[in-house]
Design a protein around this ligand. Sequence first.
Ligand SMILES: NC(=O)c1ccc[n+]([C@@H]2O[C@H](COP(=O)([O-])OP(=O)(O)OC[C@H]3O[C@@H](n4cnc5c(N)ncnc54)[C@H](O)[C@@H]3O)[C@@H](O)[C@H]2O)c1
Length: 333
Amino acid sequence: MEKLVIIGAGSWGSGLARIIGDNGYEIMMYDINQKQVDEINQFHTNRAKLPVGVLNESVRATSNLKEAIAFGAIVVLVVPTAVIRSILYEINAVIRTPKLFVNASKGLEPNTFKRVSEIVEEEISPAFVKGFVALSGPSHAEEVILQMLTLVTAASKQSEYAELIQRIFSNQSYFRVYTTNDLVGVELCGALKNVIALASGIVTGLGYGDNTKAALITRGLVEIKRLALVLGANEATVYGLAGLGDLVVTCMSNHSRNYQAGLKIGSGKNLEQTLSEMTMVVEGARTAIAAHQIIQRYEIYAPIMETVYDIIYLKHDPREAILELMKSSLKPE
Ligand SMILES: NC(=O)c1ccc[n+]([C@@H]2O[C@H](COP(=O)([O-])OP(=O)(O)OC[C@H]3O[C@@H](n4cnc5c(N)ncnc54)[C@H](O)[C@@H]3O)[C@@H](O)[C@H]2O)c1
């Protein structure tokens, strides 16, 4: 039976550990935070990152990267995308056998627009990369750890690896994995939806209601589609679990950090205050930069994403910026 290494023992790393622990696999979690590592080993909990639920007693954690990487043939990345390149660089120094890399983090690198699969290709010697799978979809750790029914997608250019991850992570009680070959689409949708989630939080923070949020999700999906198609995604992915599915949950759920961060910004806080009050990563803030650069480079019409960028980086007033969207020229849907 495969052994899995989870890089990042945070909220989602713990959710994923719960699933594969329930499914009977051996797991080693790695994190730089020694307190979290000790708590997982001693109490099988991770209260600072995931206040609800418990991990299986068999799940172990370490802060020693070499020990972690040596443990298993499947390496699951679940750290903020801002640190993925540096962690992969460290992994490349200690890796001794080929691994299947699985990414569950959601973000795009500013300036390069690189997806995590491309960063893995750049940072890990080809001899040590068996394959790459992106695991993505509407899946908040707070619900997964309580075994609430959740459906996601495993994407890989190599079907056998997407199917392997599908088998390992699926169970018949609460977690079901679909597969696709559209790696580009799944990675892009997972990253870009966080920018729209920030907008959803902002409009809610401004006091707008469900009509506004529904409009935002619908028009936000159109913008995600425009960017994703230009960068090579399949249209069907946009309407699947990793696209529409994840967009809906992240724009509607109180568990979404991006939505929560947007709420604070809509209520008048700036990005720095907002991020300092968050205990978990807000990927949308970083991806908003990459999205803005992609929009500029390819001359894409994406006014919601641009408004998010203007509010958080150019310090535009949130209410005025959102109302500006209402003044754009009238057009067919
Ligand atoms: N939380 C969720 O429900 C959820 C669901 C799906 C996807 N995601 C994605 O998963 C990724 C992680 O999110 P999260 O919510 O688990 O974040 P988190 O903040 O809860 O956890 C991140 C973990 O990474 C660790 N870390 C940071 N820098 C590190 C380094 N240099 N070396 C080793 N460990 C390091 C932190 O100590 C922390 O434990 C994000 O991209 C997020 O979008 C999260």
